[in-house]
Ligand binder design. Sequence first.
Ligand code: NPG
Length: 369
Amino acid sequence: MKLSLVELRRARLPLVSPFRTSFGVETTKEVLLLRIETPDAEGWGECVAMVAPLYSSEYVDAAQHVIETFLIPRIASLRERLTAAKVAHVLEPIKGHPMAKAALELAVLDAELRTSGQPLAERLGSVHDTVPSGVSVGIMDTIPALLDAVANYVGQGYVRIKLKIAPGWDVEPVRAVRERFADLPLQVDANTAYTLADARHLKRLDDFDLLLIEQPLPEDDIRGHAELAKVVRTPICLDESITSARSAADAIALGACSVINIKAGRVGGYLEAVRVHDVAAAHGVPVWCGGMLETGIGRAANIALASLPGFVLPGDTSASDRFFTQDIITAPFVLEEGQVRVPTGPGLGVTIDPAVLDEVTVTTKSVTL
Ligand code: NPG
């Protein structure tokens, strides 16, 4: 499959409401979208790197730079021999930049699958037509505001709530939500905001029957998570720390986690994400699909991934209107009795709305090959 064009498009979509985490507040999604052309089909990819390197070391300007300068020439060098399965291998000599690599691999995968007529979900190993949908609730100014937000999402039918926590916004908000919603499947996400010295404080969360505590400690603190897991009863889930199938195997072997959040961007692509899923499944470790405020392109791919058999916990696979009043796809994802439908069309199975896309586009750059 020969690549003839790569289009790099930067778009800006306002969020329906500000989304606050321990590392910052987002009010707009600035996204890098890729469109590639091959003789038989086009393919779309979305890069999940954010504007600033606050979640991980990647950021969108750097992702665009590395894609243009180092990644495109490498995959183009494969010429007719380009296939999605070869992308990660040919990009391996370039250190790091998993989100940039994942975006490019997704575009190649989409073009390949649109050519053969196969849906992405099927290619990845899907076993479900719909997936249960959870929602991530940001840090709020007050506990009453948080309770209103949670009540609204529960009312819409979301089957699991994830609360963002940080020092100063943890035990009390979690207690308030648990008191109001006794049976709600509930989990928390710290995005690395604590240290092992906080172990006794974090243990107080054991009172609230949480599904898991996600990434309490720094990304490289695997031993710390293993120590913490001996102190707290609530299962420890890793997100930022899991950067590959190998690191997943290590974290499991070292007792650092008993649940894994899988994000394709964080591990360098959807094909590696499947390998993380397989490693976890082999160890009986449940996984769920994370989210990074994706537009319909990335959301479609995440929902496909979340339909694999090891994804036994609801993911951050919310409906499009959780974040956007206007998505860039013609049929945005909707919540139906707590579930979202896995796309069934070839490739990503979604259609881009060109008028909407043009409206939100800030810059476009084409690389002809
Ligand atoms: O549903 O897309 C979503 C957002 C889920 O909380 C969410 N994502 O740390 O997992 C995370 C967090 C995130 C958001 C991370 C933006 C990085 C950027």
